[in-house]
Design a protein around this ligand. Sequence first.
Ligand SMILES: Cc1cc2nc3c(=O)[nH]c(=O)nc-3n(C[C@H](O)[C@H](O)[C@H](O)COP(=O)(O)O)c2cc1C
Length: 387
Amino acid sequence: MPVITCIEDLKRLHRARTPRMFYDYAESGSYTEQTFRENTTDFADIRLRQKVAVDMTNRTTESTMVGLPVKMPVGLAPVGMTGMQHADGEILAAKAAEKFGVPFCLSTMSICSIEDVAENTTKPFMFQLYVMKDQDFLANMIARAKQANCSALVLTLDLQILGQRHKDLKNGLSAPPKLTLPVMMDLATRWRWGLGMLGTKRRSFGNIVGHAKGVGDMSSLSSWTSEQFDPQLDWDKVAKIRDMWGGKLILKGILDAEDARIAADFGADAIVVSNHGGRQLDGALSSIRMLPEIVEAVGDKVEIHLDSGIRSGQDVLKALALGAHATWIGRAFIHGLGAMGEAGVTKALEVIHKELDITMALCGERDVKNIGRHDVLLPQGFSGTYS
Ligand SMILES: Cc1cc2nc3c(=O)[nH]c(=O)nc-3n(C[C@H](O)[C@H](O)[C@H](O)COP(=O)(O)O)c2cc1C
């Protein structure tokens, strides 16, 4: 087994082992990819404050996310088509998260269904909902998440229309892939992936196929999204979904202080400051840059989570230092999954945990819950250069 020391190592293996259309689907942002790039480069601009001669024994990264105990405040974010990065990907990632002690959130657009994941895990996982026009389908999806005993509903608000990602169009992204000549040539060099896929029956959108009526071309994510996602989603509809669900609710995709105020007044258990990993509104500022403004607006009213751009435990520490209560990772665990299946997701979590723990020690922190603004140094105007 190759020596893996960081997420970048997993990313290299992911790229080598997974068909190009699925690697590209993960490793891309919309349009010019400015927001996608800045999500990570803005983290790099934040520096850490070294502290010495502080007792660093008995450190703990344990915390909570919406009241649930976690080994570290890092969840596996909902990622569509995870089961195309590796056969049965959602089941494997959920198992790795469960064993590690962090939350796993299943996407509406997953390959393995809610029931598949529930049958193969022992603890409740979270479910991410996209709001569809078909009310029966929506109600049924919420009922299925309840039936599976999901611990929270993560309602994604920033994707009622798909931000264009050039590579997906050029690659003809679909699940399962259409066997054109270039695709077959690509697959020929990814035999490990192919064997895995031959060994599973889960190769299409498990939450949708067989549950939604009048579904057109389901294999194409972009055409299906434009047909089925509800472009009229507004706060009234969010309220209806909150009432239908009745359990813990996380609102994902908040990037504006005013939206954060509405979400907080609304009684959400948490909000996720997110730009969808740079996949939606290209040109939006990075999540980490928007975080301080949102913390100032609603930090005392609602639990604030952050995603987009986290590739290390140091990034987790930086997000916590700027006021996030917890974080989520997308690509960082997908690279692990594409590289080595469940073992790769575990590796990604181990890498991030170790980086977080060691960085805490070097910053003079023993308890993850004490991490604060005093641990980081920000360049002048970090959050105030734009108005
Ligand atoms: C390939 C891919 C698919 C995604 N699919 C979904 C999805 O189905 N639902 C959702 O709410 N977010 C989705 N996201 C966004 C993630 O939940 C998360 O916000 C993002 O990955 C965080 O950025 P990071 O990848 O830089 O960690 C997806 C992200 C990626 C990379």
